[in-house]
Design a protein around this ligand. Structure first.
Ligand SMILES: [Zn+2]
Length: 374
């Protein structure tokens, strides 16, 4: 039902291509998963996502629990039917949201209590509860409930969160096995925490990988620190993860992050950057990030990026996009999201081809050279 196989490897880095089989289809890796927090990648239809190169999407347990509620989604046939997406889906456990939102009321060894952003009601998340919510939502991959500390350099908090995440993983694994494990049609991924501390990362990897799970994730990386710290966390975690399972780096990031992480053996990514930047009128191009509200595009008949194979660049000029963005027409955000997502998926295709042809270093150097820090 779930299988991961490596197909080719780079001779000079840890980059690899593979295929991750799920009950809703196979995903070629390295892959980028667009973020559909509320069971929608904002502004886009499912069939558009497929045409842009998306094979697997992410939805969020925390947000879907609050609205519309997992019971309604289950009653309507589960997340795939509900959002009209027939490919694989991964649900984030909500740990990141619970601990990053200001509405957290309290946290203890058993779970976390917070106030709903929708109606102010008190909500309690425990590992068992989060697993039950994810079971009802029906995604292919479900994430363990972890504590994601807000500052990855705060050793005291990071250590406590790491220990708590290890204990909570035991409970998630227990709940997962109680409902059939992989036979349930859902794969549980464990999440490695440990902030920027090598010893904590190592301890977290050892404890997480002591459970035989279909995949493993590196978490706590996208919470405010810069790229160097992210790579420290990746270096301290990824080489210790089993080679025969997919490795998912949560919430990262930019083209430069991708090529650096892939070189270190990462297979799966998700990030809000292409969609969120699209909505704030920013386009990812090989020249770096363009702000489409800029006056300099007012008379520019060129597409966002010459040679881009996305539907936006096929017919729309920078001048028209600027007009849509400055007048806040919703089509502007949609067209930019389309271009950004296609740019990210095309980079993943280029990454896979470069690894297969054993010229990954060449691609890595090109991306590092052409992509300013975004
Ligand atoms: Zn384009």
């Amino acid at each position: 039902m779930f299988r991961f196989r490596t197909e080719s490897s780079c001779s000079t880095t840890s980059a690899r291509t593979g295929v991750f089989d799920t009950p809703h289809g196979s995903v070629e890796t390295p892959a980028f998963m667009p973020v559909g927090t509320r069971a929608v990648v904002k502004g886009l239809r499912s069939e558009e996502l497929v045409s842009l190169g998306a094979r697997m999407v992410l939805a969020n347990t925390y947000h879907l629990h609050l609205r519309p509620g997992e019971d309604i989604i289950a009653e309507l046939g589960g997340l795939h039917t509900f959002m009209n997406w027939s490919g694989p889906i991964l649900t984030d456990s909500g740990g990141y949201q619970v601990f990053s939102l200001e509405h957290l009321a309290s946290i203890d060894d058993d779970g976390a209590t917070f106030r709903s952003v929708v109606d102010g009601a008190t909500v309690r998340f425990t590992p068992e509860r989060v697993m039950a919510i994810q079971r009802a939502l029906g995604a292919d991959v479900v994430m363990a409930f972890d504590e994601c500390p807000p500052d990855p350099r705060d050793r005291t908090r990071v250590e406590r969160a790491t220990n708590r995440s290890i204990e909570w993983l035991e409970r998630c694994v227990g709940a997962w096995h109680d409902h059939g494990g992989v036979e349930s049609g859902q794969a549980l991924f464990g999440i490695v925490q440990g902030g920027v501390f090598e010893d904590l990362r190592r301890r977290s990897v050892e404890a997480t990988c002591s459970h035989d799970l279909p995949g493993y994730a590196v978490g706590g990386v996208s919470v405010g620190e810069g790229r160097v710290d992210a790579m420290l966390a990746v270096d301290a975690s990824v080489p210790l993860l089993p080679a025969d399972r997919p490795r998912y780096l949560m919430g990262v990031g930019t083209p430069e992050d991708f090529v650096e992480s892939v070189a270190r053996g990462v297979d799966l990514f998700d990030c809000v950057t292409p969609t969120r930047h699209g909505r704030t009128h920013q386009a990812f191009t090989s020249e770096g990030r363009l702000n489409l509200r800029n006056q300099r595009f007012a008379r520019d008949p060129a597409p966002l990026e010459e040679g881009c194979d996305c539907p936006t660049c096929a017919g729309y000029s920078r001048a028209y996009l600027r007009h849509l963005c400055t007048t806040r027409e919703m089509l502007g955000a949609i067209l930019l999201t389309v271009h950004n997502l296609r740019t990210f998926h095309r980079l993943m295709e280029e990454i896979r081809t470069a690894i297969r042809e054993d010229r990954y270093e060449e691609l890595r150097a090109r991306v590092r050279g052409s992509q300013p820090r975004l």
